[in-house]
Design a protein around this ligand. Structure first.
Ligand SMILES: C[S@@+](CC[C@H](N)C(=O)[O-])C[C@H]1O[C@@H](n2cnc3c(N)ncnc32)[C@H](O)[C@@H]1O
Length: 306
Protein backbone atom coordinates (compact mmCIF):
# COMPACT_ATOMS: atom_id res chain seq x y z
CA UNK A 1 0.00 0.00 0.00
CA UNK A 2 1.17 3.52 -0.71
CA UNK A 3 1.63 5.67 2.41
CA UNK A 4 3.44 8.85 3.44
CA UNK A 5 2.16 8.74 7.05
CA UNK A 6 1.45 5.27 8.42
CA UNK A 7 -0.05 6.50 11.74
CA UNK A 8 -2.57 8.65 9.92
CA UNK A 9 -3.51 5.76 7.63
CA UNK A 10 -3.91 3.30 10.55
CA UNK A 11 -6.29 5.74 12.25
CA UNK A 12 -8.22 6.16 9.02
CA UNK A 13 -8.45 2.36 8.70
CA UNK A 14 -9.84 2.00 12.25
CA UNK A 15 -12.44 4.76 11.87
CA UNK A 16 -13.54 3.67 8.41
CA UNK A 17 -13.91 0.02 9.50
CA UNK A 18 -16.11 1.03 12.44
CA UNK A 19 -18.36 3.29 10.38
CA UNK A 20 -18.64 0.54 7.75
CA UNK A 21 -20.33 -1.65 10.37
CA UNK A 22 -22.75 1.18 11.19
CA UNK A 23 -23.57 1.45 7.48
CA UNK A 24 -24.04 -2.32 7.31
CA UNK A 25 -26.53 -2.66 10.13
CA UNK A 26 -28.15 0.81 10.16
CA UNK A 27 -28.03 2.07 6.55
CA UNK A 28 -30.74 4.74 7.04
CA UNK A 29 -28.96 6.09 10.14
CA UNK A 30 -25.63 6.06 8.33
CA UNK A 31 -27.08 8.09 5.44
CA UNK A 32 -28.36 10.69 7.94
CA UNK A 33 -25.14 11.08 9.93
CA UNK A 34 -22.73 11.21 6.98
CA UNK A 35 -22.30 13.25 3.86
CA UNK A 36 -24.40 10.75 1.84
CA UNK A 37 -26.93 13.48 1.31
CA UNK A 38 -27.10 13.95 -2.43
CA UNK A 39 -26.72 16.68 -5.02
CA UNK A 40 -29.21 19.03 -3.33
CA UNK A 41 -26.99 19.41 -0.23
CA UNK A 42 -23.95 20.70 -2.11
CA UNK A 43 -22.91 24.30 -2.79
CA UNK A 44 -24.42 24.50 -6.28
CA UNK A 45 -27.43 26.79 -6.71
CA UNK A 46 -30.80 25.29 -7.60
CA UNK A 47 -30.42 26.64 -11.15
CA UNK A 48 -26.99 25.01 -11.48
CA UNK A 49 -28.38 21.68 -10.27
CA UNK A 50 -31.29 22.00 -12.71
CA UNK A 51 -28.71 22.64 -15.45
CA UNK A 52 -26.87 19.47 -14.37
CA UNK A 53 -30.01 17.37 -14.91
CA UNK A 54 -30.63 19.07 -18.23
CA UNK A 55 -27.05 18.19 -19.23
CA UNK A 56 -27.52 14.57 -18.09
CA UNK A 57 -30.47 14.20 -20.48
CA UNK A 58 -28.54 15.86 -23.31
CA UNK A 59 -25.69 13.41 -22.70
CA UNK A 60 -28.05 10.41 -22.81
CA UNK A 61 -29.51 11.79 -26.06
CA UNK A 62 -26.03 12.10 -27.57
CA UNK A 63 -25.10 8.57 -26.49
CA UNK A 64 -28.17 7.37 -28.41
CA UNK A 65 -27.07 9.42 -31.43
CA UNK A 66 -30.30 11.45 -31.70
CA UNK A 67 -30.98 15.12 -32.28
CA UNK A 68 -33.56 16.67 -29.95
CA UNK A 69 -36.57 15.91 -32.13
CA UNK A 70 -35.51 12.30 -32.70
CA UNK A 71 -34.84 11.86 -28.96
CA UNK A 72 -38.39 12.98 -28.13
CA UNK A 73 -39.81 10.72 -30.86
CA UNK A 74 -37.76 7.84 -29.42
CA UNK A 75 -38.96 8.48 -25.85
CA UNK A 76 -42.67 8.50 -26.74
CA UNK A 77 -44.26 5.36 -25.21
CA UNK A 78 -41.01 4.29 -23.59
CA UNK A 79 -40.69 2.93 -20.06
CA UNK A 80 -37.45 3.98 -18.39
CA UNK A 81 -35.53 2.68 -15.38
CA UNK A 82 -32.98 4.91 -13.66
CA UNK A 83 -30.61 3.41 -11.11
CA UNK A 84 -29.38 5.61 -8.27
CA UNK A 85 -31.07 8.97 -8.92
CA UNK A 86 -29.78 10.48 -5.64
CA UNK A 87 -31.92 12.96 -3.73
CA UNK A 88 -33.58 14.72 -6.71
CA UNK A 89 -35.52 12.94 -9.46
CA UNK A 90 -34.50 15.57 -12.01
CA UNK A 91 -33.62 13.23 -14.88
CA UNK A 92 -36.93 11.42 -14.39
CA UNK A 93 -38.91 14.67 -14.46
CA UNK A 94 -37.22 15.80 -17.69
CA UNK A 95 -37.56 12.43 -19.43
CA UNK A 96 -41.26 12.41 -18.60
CA UNK A 97 -41.55 15.99 -19.94
CA UNK A 98 -39.85 14.91 -23.18
CA UNK A 99 -42.36 12.09 -23.72
CA UNK A 100 -41.41 8.94 -21.78
CA UNK A 101 -44.45 7.02 -20.48
CA UNK A 102 -43.07 6.25 -17.05
CA UNK A 103 -39.82 6.35 -15.14
CA UNK A 104 -38.95 4.01 -12.31
CA UNK A 105 -36.10 5.15 -10.09
CA UNK A 106 -34.50 2.50 -7.91
CA UNK A 107 -31.84 3.10 -5.29
CA UNK A 108 -29.97 1.23 -2.60
CA UNK A 109 -30.12 4.15 -0.17
CA UNK A 110 -33.20 6.25 0.73
CA UNK A 111 -31.87 9.60 -0.49
CA UNK A 112 -34.88 11.06 -2.34
CA UNK A 113 -36.50 13.88 -0.39
CA UNK A 114 -38.14 17.28 -0.63
CA UNK A 115 -36.01 19.95 1.07
CA UNK A 116 -36.17 23.71 0.41
CA UNK A 117 -33.29 23.39 -2.03
CA UNK A 118 -34.70 20.36 -3.83
CA UNK A 119 -38.10 22.07 -4.17
CA UNK A 120 -36.32 25.02 -5.82
CA UNK A 121 -34.54 22.65 -8.21
CA UNK A 122 -37.87 21.13 -9.31
CA UNK A 123 -39.34 24.61 -9.78
CA UNK A 124 -36.27 25.67 -11.75
CA UNK A 125 -36.63 22.57 -13.97
CA UNK A 126 -40.31 23.41 -14.55
CA UNK A 127 -39.50 27.06 -15.32
CA UNK A 128 -37.00 26.09 -18.00
CA UNK A 129 -39.63 24.08 -19.89
CA UNK A 130 -42.28 25.43 -22.26
CA UNK A 131 -45.51 24.35 -23.94
CA UNK A 132 -46.39 20.64 -23.91
CA UNK A 133 -43.18 19.69 -22.14
CA UNK A 134 -43.99 22.02 -19.26
CA UNK A 135 -47.58 20.75 -19.07
CA UNK A 136 -46.37 17.14 -18.93
CA UNK A 137 -43.73 17.97 -16.32
CA UNK A 138 -46.30 19.65 -14.06
CA UNK A 139 -48.39 16.47 -13.99
CA UNK A 140 -45.64 14.32 -12.46
CA UNK A 141 -46.65 15.75 -9.07
CA UNK A 142 -49.83 14.65 -7.27
CA UNK A 143 -50.92 18.29 -7.30
CA UNK A 144 -49.78 19.60 -10.71
CA UNK A 145 -46.70 21.80 -10.40
CA UNK A 146 -46.38 21.30 -6.61
CA UNK A 147 -43.28 19.27 -5.62
CA UNK A 148 -44.49 19.12 -1.99
CA UNK A 149 -47.44 16.96 -3.05
CA UNK A 150 -45.06 14.16 -4.06
CA UNK A 151 -44.67 12.27 -7.33
CA UNK A 152 -47.57 10.53 -9.02
CA UNK A 153 -46.17 7.01 -8.77
CA UNK A 154 -47.91 5.93 -12.01
CA UNK A 155 -45.59 8.35 -13.83
CA UNK A 156 -42.48 8.50 -11.66
CA UNK A 157 -42.00 5.75 -9.13
CA UNK A 158 -39.19 5.74 -6.57
CA UNK A 159 -38.18 2.63 -4.67
CA UNK A 160 -35.39 1.63 -2.37
CA UNK A 161 -34.43 -2.00 -2.85
CA UNK A 162 -31.87 -4.37 -1.43
CA UNK A 163 -28.66 -3.84 -3.43
CA UNK A 164 -30.49 -1.27 -5.56
CA UNK A 165 -31.85 -3.89 -7.98
CA UNK A 166 -35.19 -3.55 -9.80
CA UNK A 167 -35.91 -7.30 -9.71
CA UNK A 168 -38.23 -7.12 -12.75
CA UNK A 169 -38.18 -8.84 -16.14
CA UNK A 170 -38.62 -7.48 -19.68
CA UNK A 171 -40.07 -4.17 -18.46
CA UNK A 172 -37.96 -1.24 -19.73
CA UNK A 173 -36.99 0.23 -23.11
CA UNK A 174 -34.26 2.40 -21.64
CA UNK A 175 -32.15 1.82 -18.53
CA UNK A 176 -29.90 4.61 -17.33
CA UNK A 177 -27.43 5.50 -14.64
CA UNK A 178 -24.91 8.22 -14.01
CA UNK A 179 -22.25 8.11 -11.31
CA UNK A 180 -23.86 4.93 -9.90
CA UNK A 181 -22.21 1.76 -11.23
CA UNK A 182 -18.95 2.63 -9.51
CA UNK A 183 -20.90 2.43 -6.21
CA UNK A 184 -22.74 -0.87 -6.70
CA UNK A 185 -21.70 -3.66 -4.38
CA UNK A 186 -22.21 -6.57 -6.82
CA UNK A 187 -21.56 -5.55 -10.44
CA UNK A 188 -22.57 -8.93 -11.90
CA UNK A 189 -25.88 -8.74 -9.99
CA UNK A 190 -26.56 -5.23 -11.34
CA UNK A 191 -25.66 -6.28 -14.91
CA UNK A 192 -27.95 -9.31 -14.56
CA UNK A 193 -30.71 -7.01 -13.30
CA UNK A 194 -30.15 -4.81 -16.40
CA UNK A 195 -30.28 -7.85 -18.68
CA UNK A 196 -33.46 -9.16 -17.08
CA UNK A 197 -35.23 -5.80 -16.91
CA UNK A 198 -34.35 -4.65 -20.45
CA UNK A 199 -36.83 -5.35 -23.24
CA UNK A 200 -35.34 -7.22 -26.25
CA UNK A 201 -34.76 -4.03 -28.29
CA UNK A 202 -33.90 -1.86 -25.27
CA UNK A 203 -30.74 0.14 -24.63
CA UNK A 204 -28.93 0.70 -21.36
CA UNK A 205 -26.67 3.77 -21.01
CA UNK A 206 -24.27 4.37 -18.12
CA UNK A 207 -21.73 6.99 -17.22
CA UNK A 208 -19.23 5.58 -14.76
CA UNK A 209 -16.96 7.73 -12.60
CA UNK A 210 -13.77 5.84 -11.70
CA UNK A 211 -12.22 8.66 -9.66
CA UNK A 212 -11.47 8.22 -5.96
CA UNK A 213 -14.43 10.26 -4.62
CA UNK A 214 -12.13 11.92 -2.10
CA UNK A 215 -10.45 8.67 -0.98
CA UNK A 216 -7.00 9.47 -2.38
CA UNK A 217 -4.71 10.46 0.48
CA UNK A 218 -1.49 11.69 -1.16
CA UNK A 219 -1.45 10.98 -4.91
CA UNK A 220 -4.01 10.38 -7.66
CA UNK A 221 -5.36 6.80 -7.52
CA UNK A 222 -3.55 5.91 -4.27
CA UNK A 223 -6.96 4.59 -3.08
CA UNK A 224 -6.21 1.67 -5.46
CA UNK A 225 -3.28 0.65 -3.27
CA UNK A 226 -5.24 -0.55 -0.18
CA UNK A 227 -5.43 -4.35 -0.31
CA UNK A 228 -8.87 -5.60 -1.29
CA UNK A 229 -9.44 -7.00 2.22
CA UNK A 230 -8.67 -3.66 3.90
CA UNK A 231 -10.76 -1.72 1.40
CA UNK A 232 -13.77 -4.04 1.87
CA UNK A 233 -13.51 -3.74 5.66
CA UNK A 234 -13.46 0.05 5.38
CA UNK A 235 -15.99 0.80 2.66
CA UNK A 236 -18.09 -2.16 1.48
CA UNK A 237 -21.44 -1.06 2.98
CA UNK A 238 -21.26 2.70 2.49
CA UNK A 239 -21.96 3.08 -1.20
CA UNK A 240 -18.36 4.25 -1.68
CA UNK A 241 -16.61 3.37 -4.95
CA UNK A 242 -16.18 -0.34 -5.53
CA UNK A 243 -12.83 0.53 -7.25
CA UNK A 244 -13.44 -1.76 -10.21
CA UNK A 245 -11.72 -0.61 -13.39
CA UNK A 246 -13.17 -0.83 -16.88
CA UNK A 247 -11.89 -4.41 -17.41
CA UNK A 248 -14.30 -5.57 -14.68
CA UNK A 249 -17.25 -3.95 -16.49
CA UNK A 250 -16.30 -5.69 -19.74
CA UNK A 251 -16.10 -8.98 -17.80
CA UNK A 252 -19.48 -8.36 -16.10
CA UNK A 253 -21.10 -7.83 -19.53
CA UNK A 254 -19.56 -11.12 -20.71
CA UNK A 255 -20.58 -12.97 -17.54
CA UNK A 256 -24.19 -11.88 -17.84
CA UNK A 257 -24.48 -12.14 -21.64
CA UNK A 258 -24.98 -8.43 -22.39
CA UNK A 259 -23.49 -6.93 -25.55
CA UNK A 260 -21.38 -3.77 -25.25
CA UNK A 261 -22.61 -1.53 -28.07
CA UNK A 262 -20.35 1.33 -27.07
CA UNK A 263 -17.48 1.93 -24.64
CA UNK A 264 -15.33 5.06 -24.50
CA UNK A 265 -13.35 6.97 -21.88
CA UNK A 266 -14.62 10.42 -20.99
CA UNK A 267 -11.59 11.61 -18.96
CA UNK A 268 -8.19 10.03 -18.40
CA UNK A 269 -5.26 10.45 -15.99
CA UNK A 270 -1.81 11.00 -17.52
CA UNK A 271 0.19 7.81 -18.04
CA UNK A 272 3.01 9.46 -16.08
CA UNK A 273 0.77 9.58 -12.98
CA UNK A 274 -0.28 5.97 -13.56
CA UNK A 275 3.39 4.98 -13.65
CA UNK A 276 3.94 6.71 -10.29
CA UNK A 277 1.31 4.64 -8.51
CA UNK A 278 1.64 1.37 -10.50
CA UNK A 279 4.31 -0.28 -8.24
CA UNK A 280 2.01 0.08 -5.19
CA UNK A 281 -1.28 -1.15 -6.70
CA UNK A 282 -3.33 -3.79 -4.89
CA UNK A 283 -3.14 -7.26 -6.40
CA UNK A 284 -6.45 -7.06 -8.27
CA UNK A 285 -5.28 -4.05 -10.35
CA UNK A 286 -1.81 -5.24 -11.27
CA UNK A 287 -2.91 -6.94 -14.48
CA UNK A 288 -5.11 -4.09 -15.72
CA UNK A 289 -3.47 -2.63 -18.87
CA UNK A 290 -1.83 0.74 -18.21
CA UNK A 291 -4.04 2.54 -20.75
CA UNK A 292 -7.23 1.18 -19.11
CA UNK A 293 -5.93 2.11 -15.66
CA UNK A 294 -5.76 5.74 -16.84
CA UNK A 295 -9.55 5.97 -17.35
CA UNK A 296 -11.11 8.44 -14.90
CA UNK A 297 -14.64 8.08 -16.27
CA UNK A 298 -16.33 6.36 -19.19
CA UNK A 299 -19.57 5.90 -21.09
CA UNK A 300 -21.00 2.54 -22.03
CA UNK A 301 -24.12 1.44 -23.88
CA UNK A 302 -25.34 -2.10 -23.25
CA UNK A 303 -27.94 -4.12 -25.14
CA UNK A 304 -29.11 -7.68 -25.63
CA UNK A 305 -26.95 -9.94 -27.79
CA UNK A 306 -28.67 -10.30 -31.18
C1 LIG B 1 -23.02 9.77 -6.67
S1 LIG B 1 -24.72 9.46 -6.48
C2 LIG B 1 -25.29 9.88 -8.10
C3 LIG B 1 -26.71 10.39 -8.06
C4 LIG B 1 -27.25 10.86 -9.43
N1 LIG B 1 -27.27 9.77 -10.38
C5 LIG B 1 -26.50 12.04 -9.93
O1 LIG B 1 -25.91 11.97 -11.02
O2 LIG B 1 -26.51 13.07 -9.24
C6 LIG B 1 -24.77 7.69 -6.46
C7 LIG B 1 -26.15 7.11 -6.35
O3 LIG B 1 -26.07 5.69 -6.51
C8 LIG B 1 -26.84 5.08 -5.50
N2 LIG B 1 -26.42 3.69 -5.33
C9 LIG B 1 -25.39 3.20 -4.61
N3 LIG B 1 -25.34 1.85 -4.73
C10 LIG B 1 -26.36 1.51 -5.54
C11 LIG B 1 -26.84 0.26 -6.05
N4 LIG B 1 -26.25 -0.90 -5.73
N5 LIG B 1 -27.89 0.28 -6.89
C12 LIG B 1 -28.51 1.45 -7.21
N6 LIG B 1 -28.10 2.64 -6.76
C13 LIG B 1 -27.04 2.67 -5.93
C14 LIG B 1 -26.64 6.00 -4.32
O4 LIG B 1 -27.57 5.80 -3.29
C15 LIG B 1 -26.82 7.35 -5.02
O5 LIG B 1 -28.17 7.65 -5.22
Amino acid sequence: MYTENIKKDLLLFAKATLSNQIARFLPGFYVRITAQTGRGEGDDSSDEIAEYFHQCCQDYRKQLGYDEAAFKAFLADKAVLEYGPGDILGVALLLYAYGATSIHCVDRFPLNKISDKNRQVYLSLLNRLHGDEKQRAMTVFNIPGDPDSGFNSKLIEYSVKKNGLSGVTNAYDLILSRAVLEHVNDLDATFLDIKNALKPTGKSIHKVDLKSHGLDRYRPFDFLTWSDTCYQLMYSHKGFPNRWRVDKYVQAAKNTGLAIAHLEPDQTLSLEKIDHIAPFLAKNFRNVPREQLSWLSFWTVLEHVN
